[in-house]
Design a protein around this ligand. Structure first.
Ligand code: MG
Ligand code: MG
Length: 281
């Protein structure tokens, strides 16, 4: 169990330091949500984010990561994750996934939102809403004393329940992407352990206080299969189905959870789902 040994458990003071990075990310994503509209380029969103992050005295963490050239990942429609901001102009009804990371005093925050600009196709709205709800169900399953992979089971249970509701989706339901997973986070963006966003046979490590992970389900309206474009970054669905992605950085305490990248620390959503809130703001 080498992976277990390498988990960087955080002290309460370190978690509070991570909250500062988390808030910069959360506030930047809130600004981007307000700002995103038809006619903007994905590079425009990137410029807004970089200004906001640097203005808060933080550093964008994606920039230069394995050579990534921007502050945000912006992934549109059939792009799932790791889209590079550029000249692409957002058009009516586009599904836009925005992933944002920042570093404050050496500590990382990482979160993502998806939204539809202009007039949404109801099936896209449902995709976005289901992905966000799946994330929250995954977060609410991350409790001290339980096993880490209950997160993915909770995500998958929620997605299956929505697919069975039918709606505009038809019998195929949603694809849950398996090739990209959540992760530990702290003094680096990506740490042990990995956090599958889907049900796996292995139960995973026992969750305990000081564990901080990013939980980040990605759903498509079709197949879960992915491929990487020639830019070596952008991940798309192989069947061109539209995708959504939500992510939060979450800290485990003995007595509950603190969603470090949520502006309210996750208080409202955790209460709704019956999970204990243990923020220290
Ligand atoms: Mg991310
Ligand atoms: Mg992440």
């Amino acid at each position: 169990m080498i992976g277990r040994d390498r988990i960087q458990y955080k002290t309460p003071d370190q978690v509070s330091a991570m909250r500062r990075a988390g808030l910069v990310v959360g506030e930047t994503l809130a600004l981007l949500r307000e700002s995103a509209e038809v006619g903007m380029t994905t590079r425009d969103l990137d410029a807004i984010a970089e200004k906001r992050i640097r203005g808060a005295g933080a550093v964008p963490s994606f920039m230069g990561y394995h050579g990534f050239p921007a502050t945000l990942c912006v992934s549109v429609n059939d792009e799932i994750v790791h889209g590079i901001p550029g000249d692409r102009v957002l058009t009516d009804g586009d599904v836009v996934s925005i992933d944002c990371g920042a570093i404050v005093a050496g500590w990382h925050g990482d979160a993502a939102v998806s939204l539809v600009v202009g007039h949404p196709d109801p099936a896209d709205e449902q995709l976005v809403e289901t992905t966000e709800e799946a994330m929250w169900h995954g977060i609410a399953a991350l409790l001290a004393g339980r096993r880490l992979h209950e997160v993915g089971s909770a995500v998958e249970d929620l997605v299956e329940s929505r697919a069975q509701d039918g709606g505009a989706l038809g019998p195929s339901g949603y694809g849950i992407v398996e090739e990209y997973v959540g992760h530990g986070i702290g003094t680096e963006m990506h740490q042990h352990p990995q956090v599958p966003n889907y049900r796996v046979r292995d139960k995973g490590v026992r969750v305990r206080a000081g564990l901080v992970v990013a939980i980040e389900p990605m759903l498509t309206r079709g197949s879960a299969a992915t491929r990487v474009l020639d830019d070596d970054w952008t991940v798309v669905s192989t069947d061109s189905s539209r995708a959504a992605h939500f992510e939060h950085t979450v800290a485990v305490a003995e007595d509950g959870l603190w969603v470090l990248t949520a502006l309210d620390g996750g208080r409202e959503q955790l209460a709704r789902l019956g999970a204990p809130y243990a923020g220290r703001d």
